[in-house]
Write a protein that binds this ligand. Structure first.
Ligand SMILES: Nc1ncnc2c1ncn2[C@@H]1O[C@H](COP(=O)(O)OP(=O)(O)OP(=O)(O)O)[C@@H](O)[C@H]1O
Ligand SMILES: [Mg+2]
Length: 256
């Protein structure tokens, strides 16, 4: 692969193995023995559009424990994506505090945020966001390539992930040669390439038929069983049911 083709999506840094026996919390009750991996404290996000200001998020408080599977639901425009982007250090809050793995990331500059993101978070988006001119292999390998992992380590990891998402026969294909469900499986493999502890997914089944969506959700369930913390945004009640805890956002605030 030519290095000039490489464009970073998710500035990931290094590999950490997936723990197989991490503690997983259940239900909505907070278990204080578990580690809090994400905390939003009275977080506001206000967009300044010149004449008007739009507050997408208005004083959100959320705590997520290690190993949780949280489904964030709410109507269109309620602030779900804004909240997820703040959680994933893709955006900075206007006010309030954000802690990732105990570290205050509220005021970090973009390059520091990118580093934190790369180490701890994997993103999955509704529109897959695969690089169109890179093969499946290259898409999954991208972040590791950028951070100069050895070709051997990359090959090992990509082969492990491609088996996980059951696309061994598609490694040399381009995204446009894949179905929507297959593209999303590649995107999930890519999100896992650097073994982040937290997976954030924004409407990951939004562009898929319901059967394919269920298969994708099963992947998230399996990853959660392996110890990954999952926070998934959806407006579909059936998909939200996969979460062990549901957080409803209404007009920029947590409803329950
Ligand atoms: N960059 C931006 N500039 C201005 N307003 C924005 C911006 N991003 C989001 N908003 C506004 O903030 C509000 C919340 O948007 P957000 O994308 O978080 O909603 P959402 O719950 O994810 O909606 P959907 O279900 O349609 O994806 C909306 O009113 C939206 O128009
Ligand atoms: Mg959204």
């Amino acid at each position: 692969m030519e290095s000039k083709k490489i464009i970073s999506q998710n500035d990931n840094k290094k590999m950490i193995s997936i723990p197989n026996n991490s503690k997983v919390s259940c239900g909505s009750k907070k278990n204080h023995n578990l580690k809090t991996v994400l905390k939003l404290e009275n977080v506001w996000k206000t967009y300044d559009l010149g004449e008007i200001k739009v507050s997408a998020v208005k004083g959100i408080n959320i705590e997520v424990n290690e190993g949780e599977f949280v489904a964030v639901t709410g109507a269109s425009g309620s602030g779900k994506s804004t909240t997820l982007n703040l959680m994933g250090a893709l955006d900075s809050p206007t006010s309030g505090k954000i802690f990732l793995d105990g570290m205050d990331i509220t005021d970090l500059n973009e390059s520091k945020l990118a580093r934190v993101r790369g180490k701890k978070i994997g993103f999955v988006f509704q529109s897959f966001n695969l690089h169109p001119s890179l093969t499946v292999y290259e898409n999954i390998a991208l972040a590791m390539k950028i951070h100069e992992f050895s070709d051997l380590d990359i090959e090992k990891k990509v082969n492990e992930l491609i088996k996980l998402v059951k696309l061994e026969h598609r490694l040399d294909h381009l995204p446009r040669q894949l179905s929507g469900g297959e593209r999303q499986r590649v995107a999930i493999a890519r999100a896992l390439s650097t073994d982040p502890a937290i997976i954030l997914a924004d409407e990951p089944t939004g562009n898929l038929d319901s059967k394919t969506g269920e298969a994708i959700m099963q992947l998230f369930v399996d990853l959660n069983k392996q110890g990954k913390t999952i926070i998934l945004v959806t407006h579909e009640p059936d998909i939200a049911e996969y979460g062990k805890r549901q957080v409803v956002i209404f007009d920029g605030q947590v409803k329950k």
